[in-house]
Ligand binder design. Sequence first.
Ligand code: MN
Length: 295
Amino acid sequence: MEVWDDHEAVVGALRVRRALPRRERRTVGAWCFADHMGPADISATTGVDIAPHPHTGLQTVTWLLDGELLHRDSLGSEQVIRPGQLNLMTAGHGVAHSEENTGAFRGSLHGVQLWIAQPESTRHGPAEFAHIAAPPEAELDGVGGRGDGHATVLVGTWGGLTSPARHDSELAGVELSVLGSAEVPLRADFEWALLVLTGAVEIGKQPLVPGRFGYLGLRREVLPLRARERSRVLLIGGRPFAERISMWWNFVGRSHEELSDARAAWQNGEGERFGRVASPLPALEAPPTPWAPGR
Ligand code: MN
């Protein structure tokens, strides 16, 4: 397992630990972005409030361990998400959304947001939003009766279970809750990576803690996981993504030109490509592109 430190980033008023993308590794399967948010205290004056912004060519996957968030999007969706539930938004050609405090909630916010790059076959298609109230769950096999584990399949297929969340390529996103030793079956034709959400685990003799990202690669059939305290881990994997993606700001495309076009459509604010979000927050402005126009 290769282990990297996440890098710190700020989203809205929230400090996050970004595991993906990184220079050494742009994607794991079609997974192209992973932010670990919090735990952070949400009070009357400090919260999340990520103002309306656009996306293209990707799916956003939101999963909370603590707290709550209000999702609004330009399809007219308005959905509160709580721990144990999944929000999945498919951007296709274009969508806009906001992530806001629910107003009533005070306390700890802790969760992840991941992006999945859409393949050529669906990335120009319509946007879609889904809320999965209860993703499928399974018990994990302990080793020699010494383990106790539980898995929740957020996206894709794992261990014979398939999440009802839409997936456009072969992949899996699974949350594991483990105490003691557990053996986690893996598909050998997927590449896999791990992010520790709470606690600490060992993979063989290698420790992994929150703030670090473990890349397991291909050709593994089982992941031996050990946790001395109850730990929650996010396991992501997929068939290596064959398409070369360009990512900038909130857009996934295939070229600078496509990304510049998406930026222009958002900045022109005509609302045709991305629609409008019924949010009290003023929409975010796109930053300037780091490449020269016409490149
Ligand atoms: Mn977003």
